[in-house]
Design a binder for this molecule. Structure first.
Ligand SMILES: Cc1cc2nc3c(=O)[nH]c(=O)nc-3n(C[C@H](O)[C@H](O)[C@H](O)COP(=O)(O)OP(=O)(O)OC[C@H]3O[C@@H](n4cnc5c(N)ncnc54)[C@H](O)[C@@H]3O)c2cc1C
Length: 507
């Protein structure tokens, strides 16, 4: 097994996209099989050595930044094993270290679609499962969780379990029992909190009455076990795609357009929460798979790279709609009509119907978080970026709350993201430590407001080390202790993902 310990060789493994500094580790190990992963963990448990699991390091909450111990890198678990077809699409089995972009390309070349699409596709499949990642397409397809069918997981004491969806459930009282290959089992009690009723949620352990136990590991951020191999479900690739970036001269018009596009899309699917799997909406119905927001400040940043953004634009919406050759013209006309009614800057908006142009529009969407991350790196500041989602009827007020707190102030900021899922990222951009302190005070106000209206504190990036204290705002201390007790059942020595989700003192 490859082991690296020279500081210059391991530096990139002790940081991630959070820009949290000061991470350090004795060494980075690169196992190539589930057995090697298990061996590393068993030894670490014996020696009480902390183990931080590492994907591609695109996480934004310092989940893979170690403060001591070793890093277990999944880079060499990078094989796509097999792609299978069935009448609903198919399945693919892959190692945790497969790059998401490579997996998507591989299945798309076979005529299938793997819907989860965090904006940064250089992440690893294992990282996306560990954080239950989602992205623009989650408006139609939901998060990674919806696609995970089987997980091979190495546990802290060195046993490997293979969990298939629908095989093991919690009982009505939240007791769980996971049989182990050695003949023993892990028994534990699930925390008793109720998760917020929002379209996306990745804040602490997933808990629901009678839940499928595979869901416990999805979004557990490297604290319950090392995900080694994953089987995910695939859907048939849509025949065609229509994308657009529509610019608006007034915020009122932009928000009305977003609300109407959203309502029509949900109505077309006949469900307010998720698409009915495999059921196509009635042909020719407007049905966005992505609805993404850019505010005026976001456009200001993007103008550095895209001089052709119209001068009059105060904001924009990026949308995608799946089409067929029969429905493409009708759908284009429907979108144009909706844009016209809502006074979009139609002549200056951008539309794409071929994959090359669509990639350019996605690059535009991707450029914004990259510019934000560059800012945090340039000013050597920790990321201050909200990730809250709120229930449908609370979004308009929540957006106004964000704007009122920031508009007219001296802090730079940008608000953008997944408006279809009531989930925008407010990036507050400090230039020095004093601004960073103020930014974090504002952030806390946002967190309290989101919790007060029934929202979640993290919809897609997870808790990591940066958002632990906010979990208390969401669930309260007693429930944090329940989470700690659950973790101890899987990891009695407390070696896995130290500092992630649960602060050390509770363990
Ligand atoms: C520009 C940019 C845009 C982004 N946009 C989005 C977005 O739209 N949606 C979204 O959801 N996220 C987004 N992210 C965040 C990030 O891409 C996702 O969280 C991604 O899923 C992390 O994957 P990774 O492989 O980089 O994981 P890492 O950063 O390496 O790790 C993330 C966490 O998972 C744990 N982990 C990693 N691999 C394993 C494993 N095999 N077993 C157990 N635990 C493991 C780590 O310990 C850590 O706690 C964005 C990031 C950037 C930089």
């Amino acid at each position: 097994m490859l082991i690296k310990s020279q500081p210059d060789e391991i530096q990139s493994f002790v940081e991630d996209s959070s820009h949290v500094r000061g991470g350090f580790a004795e060494r980075v190990v690169f196992p190539e099989t589930a057995e090697e992963v298990a061996e590393v963990l068993a030894r670490a448990t014996r020696d009480q050595t902390p183990v931080t699991l590492s994907g591609a390091g695109t996480g934004t909450v310092a989940g893979r930044v170690p403060f001591g111990g070793i890093v277990l890198a999944t880079d060499k678990l990078n094989r796509i094993k097999n792609i299978l077809y069935d009448e609903r699409g198919g399945r693919v089995t892959a190692g945790a270290g497969v790059i998401l972009r490579d997996l998507q390309r591989a299945v798309e070349s076979e005529g299938m679609l793997y819907p989860p699409d965090p904006t940064e596709r250089s992440c690893f499949l294992g990282g996306t499962v560990a954080t239950n990642a989602s992205g623009a397409r989650s408006f139609k397809y939901g998060p990674t969780r919806n696609y995970v069918e089987r997980l091979k997981i190495a546990l802290a004491h060195g046993e490997v379990i293979d969990l298939r969806r629908a095989e093991l459930h919690a009982d009505r009282r939240g007791r769980i029992a996971i049989p182990l290959p050695s003949g023993t089992s892990i028994e534990a009690q699930l925390p008793t909190y109720k998760m917020p009723q929002v379209r996306k949620h990745t804040s602490g352990y997933y808990v629901a009455p009678g839940m499928d136990l595979i869901d416990l590991f999805i979004g557990s951020e490297g604290t319950l076990g090392a995900i080694v191999e994953i089987e995910v479900r695939l859907l048939p690739k849509p025949e065609g795609l229509l994308s657009g970036i529509a610019f608006f001269p007034s915020e009122e018009d932009l928000l009305r357009f977003a609300v109407e596009a959203r309502q029509q899309s949900l109505a077309a699917r006949g469900s307010s929460l998720t698409v009915r799997e495999g059921v196509e909406p009635a042909a020719g119905q407007l049905d966005a798979r992505a609805l993404e927001y850019f505010d005026l400040e976001s456009l200001g940043f993007l103008r550095q790279k895209y001089a052709m953004i119209p001068e009059l634009a105060i904001g924009a919406i990026f949308f995608e709609q799946e089409t067929t050759s029969a429905s493409e013209d009708t759908l284009m006309n429907k979108w144009l009509a909706l844009l016209e009614t809502n006074h979009a800057l139609l002549d200056e908006s951008w539309f794409a119907t071929n994959s090359q142009d669509q990639a350019k529009l996605r690059d535009f969407r991707h450029a914004l978080p990259v510019l934000m991350n560059e800012w945090f790196a340039r000013y050597n500041q920790r990321k201050v970026s909200t990730d809250m989602a709120v229930p449908d009827d609370q979004f308009a007020e929540m957006l106004k709350f964000y704007q009122d707190a920031l508009r007219g102030g001296d802090l730079r900021y940008a608000i953008f993201g997944h408006i279809g899922d009531n989930h925008v990222h407010v990036n507050i951009l400090p230039r020095d430590d004093e601004e960073a302190r103020r930014a974090r005070d504002i952030y806390l106000k946002f967190i309290r407001r989101a919790v007060a209206v029934g929202g979640t504190i993290s919809a897609e990036h997870g808790i990591g080390k940066l958002k632990r204290e906010y979990l208390r705002e969401l669930y309260g201390e007693a429930h944090l202790r329940e989470m700690a007790a659950l973790k101890r059942a899987f990891d009695p020595a407390g070696i896995l993902g130290p500092g992630n989700i649960i602060r050390e003192a509770l363990l």
